[in-house]
Write a new protein. Sequence first.
Length: 109
Amino acid sequence: MNPSQIDPEQEQSGLSSARLGNVRWTICAMLFFATSINYMDRQVIALLKPTLQHTIGLTEINYGYIVDAFQAAYAIGLLVAGRLVDKIGTRIGRLEPLRNGARAGQHRP
């Protein structure tokens, strides 16, 4: 079949499915990077442990309390965020935290 025999409707549907495939991979990449950044943020506590031990005399038990409190807050936050995203929709639910994080970064001294 040469290009002159392609039906315009097939060409349009093929074009839209290719565009849809690109959008899907873009969304997957955005979710991957957002999750990676979130994971790196969670590792900051472990990286700060030696500094906190020397600076303020943090003990292993106190460090455990900090990690437990962080994980409990994280779990509760995920439950609340899940309900919120169900109500407002995925697009806004993923956009607003990124937007708020950018705003918070702008106001650092």
